[in-house]
Design a protein around this ligand. Structure first.
Ligand SMILES: *Cc1c(COP(=O)(O)O)cnc(C)c1O
Length: 230
């Protein structure tokens, strides 16, 4: 079932690319594997997935040694500063940088380890307080401020759109994130690329691809519903 689902999501991404006149190679499907057992991740891996997203540091650290080393691990969840040190050198991309203090910690630990860590700034486009991101003007100020930190490289922006019945309702959210990334790109900030847009989940990834997503993060659409009580 996981392999079929993975294929189906991939096909839908391809169709959305065709519709929008984009290259399929420019969109990466991140398999969101939080709460799922390693055996499920292995199935997704065998189906072709090489990008996995987790939202808890401990869970990611437990899974990494149990799976092939060519996997790119994405931290997509709210990150506590005291957990940053475990991620450095292991994580491919941190999607959820939402404060100067968190960026400072990633910078400090990366410099200590002699690496540069790729990050995205999480933007709360829709203004939902529960999502930990920051509003667009605040996010722009955040990007400008942390761009000068050593040991980090800002690759772009990420957003978690609200849960909606009709994915069309989130089109404006995705457009806003894209516009913001273009505006920031025009500022030519140091250590900043603005080539990456992480947006779109199971309910709305096709719309996100149409609006320019380069990473979509899909969990339920590949593994089925999550059970948080196990
Ligand atoms: C859980 C999660 C996803 C995946 O959500 P689905 O609706 O299961 O596809 C994507 N992004 C983030 C940040 C998440 O926490």
């Amino acid at each position: 079932m996981i392999a079929e689902n993975y294929q189906e999501v991939s096909n839908k991404i391809k169709a959305a690319c065709d519709k929008a006149g984009r290259e399929y190679e420019d969109v990466t499907l991140i398999t969101v594997s939080k709460t799922k057992p390693v055996s499920d991740l292995r199935e997704a891996y065998d189906a072709g997935s090489r990008d996995f997203g987790e939202n808890k540091v401990q869970e990611m650290m437990d899974k990494i040694p149990q799976l092939p080393s060519d996997i790119r691990w994405h931290m997509i969840g709210h990150l506590q500063r005291n957990k940053v040190k475990y991620l450095i050198g292991k994580v491919y991309l941190i999607h959820s940088v939402d404060s100067v203090r968190l960026a400072e910690e990633i910078s400090k630990e990366s410099v200590k380890a002699g690496v540069v860590t790729d990050i995205l700034v999480e933007v709360n486009v829709a203004g939902e307080e529960s999502k930990f991101g920051t509003g667009t003007e605040e996010s722009k100020a955040l990007v400008r401020e942390i761009a000068k930190f050593p040991g980090i490289h800002i690759k772009g922006l990420m957003t978690i759109a609200p849960y909606v019945e009709d994915p069309e309702e989130n089109r404006e959210v995705f457009k806003a994130l894209k516009k913001m990334s273009e505006e920031l790109a025009a500022e030519n900030l140091e250590n900043t690329e603005m080539t990456t847009l992480s947006m779109g989940m199971t309910g709305d990834y096709e719309v996100a691809v149409e609006e320019g997503a380069t990473f979509v993060r899909v969990g339920t659409g590949i593994f089925g519903e999550r059970n948080y009580n196990i």
